[in-house]
Ligand binder design. Structure first.
Ligand SMILES: *Cc1c(COP(=O)(O)O)cnc(C)c1O
Length: 495
């Protein structure tokens, strides 16, 4: 069989290895790197049943990393998925209120981004060694709240790297902000911008494509990379937990091996759910991927109509990590759905950039049947939190609640009764104020008081990493305008 490599979603640009794709983050033509084909799992699913998270991760990830040695892949996996995670089994599956919840928030920052960002620094430093590169890698990242902290944790004090994170000053929760501005490490930088997440993401993308800045980096023997989900090094680790969820459901007797499941995924940048699509193409028995958006429902509209239209006001919701109008990773799905037509994708992205919308061809739309797009308003999200707590004593964070709410609507429409696995993407304590309000409980006081009150009302403990934040000093106070991001980067790197 042909050896897997990576190529851009746009045009028919050159082939690169997995190591190169991870190091550069984004392709030279502005497209995203995608595997030259989606590999099939090369062992029967039942052979993965006796394995733990790491063993399963190896069997899935090695297929996407043919240029990495088996020992290197195992070392990366062991470095990431160990005592940084507080839950046995890394990502446990729990049955509540008639649904299965895959808890992806037991890592150092209490959000699902840890699943990939504890691993990415290992993949990146291994890739640099494989390519014989000694240059410094500067991680540039835009965050809607959770990526930033998870990337900072992952890269803090990793030799040969520096990390610069931009976050929308008014677009993240107070707890998310506190997590970032208290970040330790001698190679970490955190900057608030006057703008929203899309502004931050666009600023970062522009820097990756700015020839003058790139030439300056080269002169200083350094280069940029990305910790955003545009990096395939983020995407590949995420495929693993779809298998892990499914196998846990089999082991618990909730489904039989070979049965189909649906996944409900709270979606923003489309990275998480895209990994689910890859898992399905690899052979995991998945029927439908429920793409759950909040009031910023560009994606729900897209799946209903084939029209992607981001010409609307960004709403600030109680699920801030999904307050996004330009979902980067959708480009990778468009690539698959168009029959891997780089020119078509380039055209669509050009239209999105120029006019703020595009409509896909009917032929492409016909290939999106694996998805159902839905959304939940803040009111529906709050109701879901309240209902599930009343019914099952289980606390959902607002992002997870969006997925739960969309799953309920899907069921009510009588689409199908396939068992559902809901991807639970954050600890409810990260959003204690919204959760308290949703439960109809008093939501006054600072975030640390609120966490204590939530704990008292639910009988669950406040996660240690969040409790500890109260004591930590603020280390990062830099601010800039959305036009001033490049200037900040130059100041940090070259004074
Ligand atoms: C990032 C994030 C999401 C959205 O994931 P995407 O991969 O961007 O679609 C959902 N929930 C939480 C808590 C997140 O941090």
């Amino acid at each position: 069989m042909q050896q897997l490599h990576y190529r851009s979603t746009r045009g028919n640009g050159k082939k690169v290895t997995a190591a190169e794709a991870i190091i550069t983050g984004i392709a030279g033509d502005g497209g995203l790197y995608v595997p030259s084909f989606i590999p099939k799992l090369d062992v029967p699913l039942k052979d993965l049943l006796p394995l733990d998270y790491r063993g399963r991760a190896y069997h899935v990830m090695k297929l996407f990393l043919p240029d990495f040695s088996a020992d290197d892949i195992k070392a990366c996996i062991n470095g990431a998925y160990g005592d940084k995670f507080s839950a046995p089994g890394i990502a446990p599956l729990t049955k509540r209120a008639g649904a299965l919840f895959l808890e992806l928030f037991h890592g150092p920052t209490q959000a699902f981004k840890d699943m990939a960002l504890t691993l990415l620094p290992h993949l990146l430093t291994t890739a640099l060694r494989m390519e014989g590169l000694t240059r410094e890698v500067v991680i540039l990242t835009a965050t809607s709240g959770d990526t930033g902290k998870a990337a900072l944790e992952g890269f803090a004090d990793v030799p040969g790297t520096r990390i610069i994170v931009f976050f929308p000053e008014k677009g993240v929760s107070p707890m998310q902000k506190r997590q970032m501005v208290t970040q330790g490490g001698n190679n970490t930088h955190v900057i608030g911008i006057e703008g929203n997440f899309d502004d931050a993401q666009k600023g970062v993308k522009d820097m990756f494509a700015n020839p003058t800045l790139l030439a300056g980096m080269k002169r200083h023997n350094s280069s940029f990379s990305s910790a955003n989900s545009i990096n395939v090094g983020r995407l590949i680790p995420q495929v693993v937990y779809y298998f892990h969820a499914y196998l846990q459901a089999c082991a618990a007797g909730d489904i039989a091996l070979g049965d189909e499941v649906n996944f409900a995924v709270p979606t923003g940048n489309f990275g998480n759910i895209l990994a689910g699509y890859y898992a399905k193409k690899m052979g995991l028995p998945v029927r439908t991927l429920l793409c759950a958006a909040n009031e910023n429902k560009v994606l729900a509209d897209f799946f209903a109509t084939g029209l992607y239209d981001r010409r609307r006001e960004l709403a600030v919701t109680m699920s801030p990590s999904m307050d996004i109008l330009a979902s980067s990773n959708l480009e990778r799905l468009l690539f698959e759905a168009s029959g891997r037509d780089g020119e078509e994708v380039a055209g669509l992205m050009e239209r999105l950039n120029r006019q703020g919308w595009y409509k896909i061809r009917e032929k492409t739309a016909a290939n999106l049947a694996d998805f159902f797009g839905g959304f939940a308003t803040d009111e529906e999200t709050a109701t879901a939190i309240k209902e599930v707590f009343a019914e099952a004593g289980y606390l959902m964070d607002p992002h997870t609640a969006v997925a739960y709410s969309v799953y309920k609507k899907y069921r009510q429409q009588g689409k199908d009764q396939t068992p559902v696995i809901i991807l639970s993407t954050a600890s409810p304590y990260k959003f204690a104020r919204s959760v308290m309000k949703s439960l109809g409980l008093p939501a006054e006081g600072d975030d640390f008081t609120l966490m204590q009150n939530l704990s008292a009302n639910s009988g669950t403990p406040v996660p240690e990493p969040l409790k500890d934040l109260e004591e930590l000093p603020v280390r990062h106070t830099a601010r800039c305008s959305k036009g001033g991001m490049q200037r900040e980067v130059e100041k940090i790197l070259w004074g």
